[in-house]
Write a protein that binds this ligand. Structure first.
Ligand SMILES: [Zn+2]
Length: 197
């Protein structure tokens, strides 16, 4: 189910939230209005008080997503997702399409914390559960990856993230939503994306 957290006390790094502002391109002010309206950050003397190093409520951010989806449609969610790889923290070992898609789940956890604890610890490799996963399954002998995503984020946002990560290393890579599988837009638990590169 998109837009609903699975557990309380989950937070997102402010740095990742800048993707929503970037995703609006020439209409950054519109994104800022949604962030302010949902109590995520304030605007004071024309300056946005959104600290990239601070943590913010995932619940409130998902509510902003839901309102944007209702008011403006799926494209805004897709474009926000596409800006995630520019704005969020990613591991340093990302060097091609495979490692890029594989890294999404780790980066996803690096940008969230639960009860004040980072959900991925690079020193120990420990990952906390509570926000779902971006799956990674490489098809043998083919340049195809299947990613099953069961995060609380919307379907189009995740398609945007995967598309941008794949295109970062291979401009011709394509990401298609597998419409024969469940979709979070229909209230189901996951979406499946097929990456060809
Ligand atoms: Zn979907």
């Amino acid at each position: 189910m998109q837009f609903k957290t699975f557990e309380p006390n989950i937070e997102v790094l402010g740095q990742a939230m800048y993707s929503m502002i970037e995703g609006f391109g020439a209409f950054k002010g519109v994104a800022i209005k949604y962030l302010v309206a949902h109590g995520i950050c304030e605007k004071k003397d024309n300056e946005l008080l959104l600290d990239p190093a601070q943590w913010y409520s995932l619940d409130q951010w998902l509510q902003a997503f839901e309102k944007i989806s209702r008011d403006l449609g799926d494209t805004s969610l897709f474009l926000t997702g596409k800006c995630i790889p520019i704005n969020a923290k990613f591991p340093t070992w990302v060097k091609d399409v495979e490692s890029a898609v594989k890294s999404i789940d780790i980066a996803f956890h690096m940008n969230h914390r639960k009860n004040g604890i980072d959900m991925f610890n690079p020193a120990t490799g420990t990952m906390l559960e509570g926000i779902g996963h971006y799956g990674f399954e490489k098809i043998a002998d083919k340049k195809v990856i299947i990613s099953v995503c069961n995060t609380p984020y919307p379907c189009e946002f995740d398609r945007g993230i995967i598309t941008a990560m794949a295109n970062k290393f291979e401009l011709r890579a394509t990401v298609v939503h597998d419409n024969t599988k469940p979709c979070r837009k229909n209230g189901q638990d996951s979406c499946t994306y097929i990456i060809n590169y």
